[in-house]
Design a protein around this ligand. Structure first.
Ligand code: C5P
Length: 300
């Protein structure tokens, strides 16, 4: 977070789900999940400046980002986060929010949720609220299922509908957690999260030791081993309904990824690669499909 006077700039990191188990449907209509959520080095830049009382939003687009996919301002999670904080804490001040978007919109990469988490962290500081991380995560849970994980930061295990979040590398120094490189590809279609969950059918879920193994493979930077245990319970339904997404995954595979997976509820897919040079090779093999080479960011 970068603070200069009454302006704060926060990097809002995208995420991928290295594992996403859907455990069943809950009485409230949401699905119970168990997911390893991993922030990556693709980020929106959120700039917040203090105003007299209004909350205003402007958005600019990075390469390949289609702003026509952005919903109405009133439904924007970043705006809703600011308004929620204003009313909850009776803040008289407002904020001008500018988001430079690099994360594809509606792509299963948590872009909107990351922006909301960045607004919560930034306004906590800009408005001098002094909220602890747990309270910021609780605010995030009122906005969307992915927000608490992104407000926590770093690699986390996400459970419930997203409201239970545990850091996977608490107390581990960044240099002791290697992580790996991956290529994210996006076919440009939208997969509405609610519809994707509706199509979910109970099936096999991985054994519990997958989680433990994924944690140790990330820490050791063992991309090849991690590629062998990637899992997303929503993938089959999304590939059936959206052939463009299945096509993007096939393209990643034929470009030489170690293993690839749907991220969240789609439409982005990602493939693990051995190192940066291998990632560049895979990118070149994508043949016009939008793609980006990123590093995992397991430790905040
Ligand atoms: O919480 P969020 O607004 O991101 O969720 C969007 C939709 O996705 C929900 O309305 C719900 O239909 C579905 N969903 C679900 N189970 C989850 C998360 C989301 O069924 N754990």
């Amino acid at each position: 977070m970068d603070t200069t006077g009454s302006v704060i700039t926060v990097e809002a990191l995208a995420k991928v789900n290295l594992t996403l188990e859907v455990l069943g449907k809950r009485p409230d209509g949401y699905h119970a999940l168990r997911s390893v959520v991993m922030p990556v080095s693709l980020a929106d830049t959120v700039t917040l400046s203090r105003t007299g009382g209004l909350v205003a939003l402007s958005v600019s687009a990075g390469e390949g980002v289609n702003l026509t996919h952005l919903g109405p301002v009133e439904r924007n999670l970043a705006v809703r986060a600011a308004r929620l904080m204003q009313t909850r804490y009776r803040v008289g001040a407002g904020a001008r929010i500018h988001i430079h978007k690099r994360i594809p919109i509606g792509g299963g990469l948590g872009g909107g949720s990351a922006d909301a988490a960045a607004v919560i962290r930034g306004l906590n500081s800009l408005w001098g609220l002094g909220l602890p991380r747990g309270e910021m995560m609780e605010l995030g849970a009122e906005l969307g299922s992915d927000v608490p994980a992104l407000a926590h930061g770093g690699a986390v295990l996400m459970e419930g509908r997203g409201e239970y979040v545990t850091g996977l590398f608490e107390g581990v120094a960044a240099e002791d957690c290697k992580g790996f490189w991956l290529v994210i590809a996006n076919p440009g279609v939208m997969c509405p999260t609610g519809e994707v969950f509706k199509r979910w059918k109970p099936g096999l879920t991985p054994a519990p030791h997958f989680l433990h193994n994924m944690r140790s493979f990330v820490r050791g930077g063992q991309a090849e081993a991690a590629a062998g245990i990637l899992f997303n319970g929503l993938q089959v339904g999304v590939f059936e309904r959206y052939p463009e997404v299945a096509g993007a995954a096939a393209r990643l595979r034929s470009a030489g990824c170690l293993g690839c997976l749907l991220s969240g509820s789609g439409a982005s897919v990602f493939g693990l690669v051995r190192d940066e040079a291998h990632g560049q090779e895979v990118l070149c093999g994508l043949d016009g499909l939008w793609g980006v080479l990123v590093r995992t960011c397991p430790v905040v």
